[in-house]
Design a protein around this ligand. Structure first.
Ligand SMILES: [Zn+2]
Ligand SMILES: [Zn+2]
Length: 342
């Protein structure tokens, strides 16, 4: 079991602490650590010169107790989405963190098989694509869907809109349990639509009408004076259509990636192996994970902060757990988090 509480990052190993063959100096160091962590492992140490050193260690370490400790960064276990899908850890484990994205295993598992992708995965994937291609900004699917449902721009946040729309924007529209990819170059009044079901011409008038309303609502200036979205340039390509009821998310994300890289013309297949697309999206979402930020999330409560400043590390998955979230782990030979306890 690894345990960290002090500023100097010393870790306690219970298995080592129980080894009677340890050298005296190691025992002294452990005793200091046991003290630091307020655990009650009894290690006999003879009173000698080394003991005095230990007393000094105890005294110096106690001065750190008021501050939370940085914990040792543990390398992430899952770098491959298929391995993560096969893991026994439950769905509440946070598995990837980057930007404003916090992804739990259950969200990443939506990329499996024939699941329909929800807003969380769609937004995370668009954010990852925009990290990989800085020519674009993304806005959430919840916001993007406003451009399909007329007349819902009820709050004016011009600063946010102005900042966000400095670059062309990508988003997804939920037309009713169905994802459609939308790219908007605001200042040039140009719109690209990809509907996996091939209904671009049907939905385009609704989108341009709403964009006109959006432009006027936010007093957005276009590059060409006197032009508006009423005569926006709408770009759409012919493509094969989705054959099932669940692949709109992966197909729309694939279209997004290709359009953002100016490679959309090569995209023709709606009958493409969607499982391969799903795996590629999952690996992209894991690849962008900030390991340092991930390690700030308690593997039990999925929160980053707690009244407790002490953390335990799971002996199996090596992820960190708040002391307050793990009942008496010090009493066990091996400490396993709830995800690793079968
Ligand atoms: Zn916790
Ligand atoms: Zn674990």
């Amino acid at each position: 079991m690894q345990f960290a509480i002090l500023k100097d990052r010393r870790l306690l190993s219970r298995s080592i602490a129980s080894d009677s063959a340890l050298q005296t100096t190691e025992k002294i160091q452990q005793k200091a650590e046991v003290f630091d962590s307020s655990l009650s492992i009894d290690i006999p140490v003879e009173k000698n010169e080394s003991t005095e050193i230990a007393d000094e260690l105890l005294a110096s370490s106690s001065s750190f107790e008021k501050e939370p400790s940085p914990r040792k960064l543990i390398p992430r276990k899952y770098l491959d989405i298929e391995e993560l899908w096969c893991s026994h850890h439950d769905g509440d484990r946070v598995e990837s963190v980057f930007g404003n994205v916090v992804l739990k295993k259950k969200s990443l598992c939506l990329l499996q098989g024939s699941n329909w992708l929800d807003d969380i995965v769609i937004d995370a994937a668009l954010e990852a694509l925009c990290i990989e291609n800085e020519d674009w900004n993304n806005v959430s699917a919840q916001y993007g869907t406003l451009w399909f449902h007329k007349g819902r721009f009820t709050s004016r946040n011009n600063d946010w809109v102005t900042a966000r729309f400095m670059k062309p924007v990508v988003t997804m529209i939920n037309t009713g349990a169905h994802w459609v990819f939308l790219a908007i170059d605001v200042t040039n009044a140009e719109v690209f639509i990809y509907d996996p079901l091939g209904r671009e011409k049907t939905i385009a008038p609704t989108i341009t009408t709403n964009l006109t309303f959006f432009q006027k609502f936010h007093n957005m200036k276009l590059h060409q004076p006197n032009s508006s979205y009423e005569d926006a340039k709408v770009v759409m390509y012919s493509h094969n259509v989705q054959k099932d009821s669940h692949s709109c998310g992966p197909l729309s994300l694939m279209a997004a990636q290709q359009y953002m890289k100016n490679e959309f013309q090569e995209f023709r297949e709606a009958s493409t192996d969607c499982n391969a697309i799903r795996i590629a999206i999952g690996n992209m979402l894991l690849r962008h994970c900030d390991e340092e930020n991930l390690d700030e999330f308690c593997v039990h409560c999925s929160k980053t902060t707690s009244r407790s400043t002490a953390w335990y590390a799971c002996d199996q998955c090596c992820r960190w757990i708040h002391e307050s979230c793990s009942p008496e782990p010090a009493e066990k030979e091996q400490f396993l988090c709830k995800h690793c306890t079968i």
